[in-house]
Design a protein around this ligand. Structure first.
Ligand code: PAF
Length: 284
């Protein structure tokens, strides 16, 4: 495994791989790898000849400088893990390698980025879309792997891939969960062990709504209430939002129809804000 820091070197290497007809799988990360990331790597390893993982803590997607500063960074540990998972290359550029002097070009995906996470993290998705565009442009992967837990990020990246004409297939990998059902996230490390146990209420609530939909509940507001009521049984939980939206456009829906519907939630436990979701699909 090789660690690459320069964009030009990364681009020339992937050019060579394309000439050799190798399929390139790309897993973008900000490091602090957990089982959720490693699941993406496993999927990439199964599907592609070459696996590239980027580790870049992207300043443009943080709206609070304190969050950026306290974001865990441990390249040595991440690299050791990725060696075990037979990754071929790590792309770990310094900030100025991505955002050079006088950097002034940003990618803004309209309509998908103002609600849900976008509402409480202004500018976040502009930062995500910009860095993913730069990374895709550098690597030109055949496949790129993202976790379903960040459902809005998935919708934004699918949109920009299509709109900007990247020849990259976006592979969405099922959320990896702790034994309790809590979705894996680097933020879970900020929870006390009591909070961590109690935070499984989020998964229980989503599961309850999914079951209700399966049993015939089509009213989106009722499904949101089911989630809300269940989460509210946990005194430590502070709901930020419960939203029932179209899985692709992220527009609110009133009735569950034939298109996939996303139930997305954000809940605070103490100072830690957790997100999770479930997708409801009905056969035509
Ligand atoms: O999901 C993440 O870790 C980040 O948003 C990503 C996609 C690596 C962009 O910085």
């Amino acid at each position: 495994m090789e660690i690459i820091n320069r964009r030009a070197r990364m681009a020339s290497l992937t050019r060579k791989l394309r000439r050799e007809n190798k399929t390139v799988g790309f897993v973008p990360t900000m490091g602090a790898l957990h089982e959720g990331h490693l699941r993406l790597v496993e999927e990439a390893r199964q599907m592609c000849d070459i696996v590239i993982v980027s580790i870049f803590v992207n300043p443009a997607q943080f709206n609070d400088p304190k969050d950026l500063n306290k974001y865990p960074r441990d390249l040595t540990n991440d690299a050791a893990l990725l060696t075990e998972y037979q990754v071929d290359y790590i792309f770990a550029p310094e900030t100025q390698e991505i955002y050079g002097e006088n950097f002034s070009t940003f990618v803004y995906v309209e309509n998908l980025t103002e609600n849900l996470e976008g509402a409480s993290r202004p500018g976040h998705f502009r930062g995500v879309a910009t860095v993913v565009t730069i990374l895709f442009n550098t690597i030109r992967p055949d496949f790129a792997f993202f976790g379903q837990k960040d459902a809005q990020q998935v919708a934004v990246i699918k949109r920009l891939t299509q709109d900007l004409g990247f020849d990259t297939e976006i592979v969405v990998v099922k959320t990896v969960r702790e034994e309790s059902g809590l979705a894996m996230s680097s933020r879970n490390a900020h929870l006390s062990s009591d909070e961590r146990q109690r935070a499984s209420i989020i998964f229980q609530a989503l599961r309850k709504a999914k079951l209700a939909a399966k049993e015939g509940e089509r009213n989106a507001q009722r499904l949101a209430e089911i989630v809300r009521e269940k989460i509210e049984t946990e005194s430590l939980a502070q709901i930020d939002y419960v939203a029932v939206v179209d899985n692709e456009t992220l527009e609110p829906v009133e009735k569950i129809g034939v298109d996939a519907v996303l139930i997305a939630v954000a809940v605070r436990f103490g100072t830690t804000r957790l997100i999770d979701n479930t997708v409801i699909t009905r056969t035509k």
